[in-house]
Design a protein around this ligand. Structure first.
Ligand code: HAM
Length: 415
């Protein structure tokens, strides 16, 4: 027996997953987002340049791919996220029109320690709005996501955390202030000692009690903001309040990828155990030039963790407007001689828009049992007599009523 790879999973019924994807896609198209697709394989350099070499995703979690011949000298990986790929496509394909509002969804790969809600292969629904600087865009983007969760999926037990990271210059100034403060403290965990030199803001993200306590009294990033950042941060909160979007300001929210500036946010749910975030994103105004584009494009985006969203939805399917499964008709030829006729019958029913299953193995009794188990609406039985007369016998599986019909009349009868 060969088992699936650790941190991956088989989803044997993808209906809820598909419903989630199509609901989000339909909704975001109203905001004029259009679908794109980018490759799962990307160059490692793309993520080094965009996410930052010191981030966990790049330094510890990349799946590096090589060909079996070992001939490729390019360093390739399985994408850990989709923002960098979307920006690469924007630059490489020379997209001119902005804002470029696009979405994509598919598998991402991170070599993390697997646990509930955390996989090594997981799925994201990714949204990017490239080429718009206004904070009104941030408010609209966050509101759109909130409406998806709240209105489209009827989620009620989730929270929206927002924070403002200021400009790169403001963060640079703040890093110095924070370092001076942290150097005067004792008790920081080993990881945070390293973070002081690699990614100091991530100290705010630490779950250790001692580090949390130290962060409680730390200077805040907001103290380093200039007038423009102060105004934007206030405007964002005002807009969200005016749109009745509930949020919590979380000054510890710094996000794990380096490209963010200004607005960042996460949607969290207590239904998910320790992996609470089911959507995360923010503004990134300098990624286009980081990746090699000529002109910076202020942008905002987010990714919804589809596996985690579906875990939440599974808990209350009754609140969802799930599409009804169509009635299934089962065609049962009584012997090999009727297989040809049964095939034609299935073909005609499918053409007429019905959902049909051909059962052609085992005794009539076992085929009827299978039809019952799969919840078939009717069984269409074709034996010697039916074949000779050009008819079929239709048994309604609920009422057990039996009717003999001309084969040609069957599609219409089932309608
Ligand atoms: P992220 O916060 O790394 O952001 O991931 C977004 C969401 O993907 C998370 O909130 C979580 O729901 C899901 N996710 C992440 N890792 C895993 C995992 N190992 N297993 C299951 N689900 C996971 C990004 O990826 C950014 N690219 C989002 C973005 C788009 N920012 C701007 N545009």
């Amino acid at each position: 027996m060969i088992h699936r790879v650790r941190g991956t999973r088989d989803i044997l019924d993808t209906r809820l997953f598909e419903y989630a994807v199509s609901t989000i896609a339909t909704y975001v198209k109203k905001y004029h987002f259009t679908p794109i697709m980018t490759p799962v394989l990307e160059s490692v350099d793309l993520f080094k340049r965009s996410l930052g070499t010191e981030t966990d995703v790049v330094s510890k979690e990349m799946f590096i791919v090589s060909s079996s011949s070992g001939q490729s000298d390019e360093s390739i990986c399985l994408r850990p996220e989709a923002t960098a790929s979307t920006i690469r496509a924007f630059v490489e394909e020379g997209v001119q029109q902005t804002p470029w509002k696009v979405f994509s969804w598919g598998p991402m790969f991170r070599y993390e320690r697997p646990q509930k809600g955390r996989f090594r292969q997981f799925n994201q629904f990714n949204l990017e709005c490239i080429g718009s600087a206004s904070v009104a865009q941030d408010a609209q983007f966050i509101t759109m996501l909130d409406r998806i969760f709240n209105q489209q999926f009827a989620l009620d037990s989730y929270g929206l955390h927002i924070n403002f990271l200021g400009t790169p210059e403001e963060r640079k100034a703040f890093r110095g202030t924070l370092l001076t403060y942290l150097d005067g403290q004792s008790g920081l965990c080993q990881t945070c000692q390293v973070r002081k030199t690699t990614n100091i803001l991530r100290v705010f993200d630490c779950k250790q009690d001692a580090c949390r306590a130290i962060c409680e009294s730390a200077p805040t990033l907001e103290q380093a903001f200039g007038q423009a950042s102060r105004t934007e941060w206030q405007q964002l909160r005002n807009y969200l309040e005016e749109l009745s979007v509930c949020f919590t300001v979380n000054t510890r929210l710094v996000r794990g990828l380096d490209y963010y500036n200004k607005t960042v946010f996460e949607f969290v749910s207590s239904d998910l155990g320790s992996q609470t975030a089911f959507c995360g994103g923010g503004r990134y105004d300098h990624l286009v030039s980081q990746i090699g584009g000529k002109e910076d494009q202020p942008s905002i985006g987010a990714a919804i963790g589809l596996d985690r969203l579906v875990m939440i939805l599974e808990a209350h399917p009754e609140k969802l407007m799930l599409p009804q499964d169509p009635a299934v008709y089962v065609v049962i030829p009584l012997s090999d001689q009727q297989h040809g006729l049964a095939l034609q019958c299935v073909d005609a029913l499918i053409y007429a828009g019905h959902t049909v299953e051909l059962l052609s193995d085992g005794s009539v009794k076992s085929m009827m049992r299978k039809a019952n188990k799969m919840g078939a609406a009717s069984a269409i039985i074709i034996g010697d007599d039916e074949q000779a007369a050009g008819t079929v016998t239709v048994k309604n599986m609920q009422s057990s009523d039996v009717q003999v019909l001309k084969l040609a009349d069957l599609p219409k009868f089932l309608k």
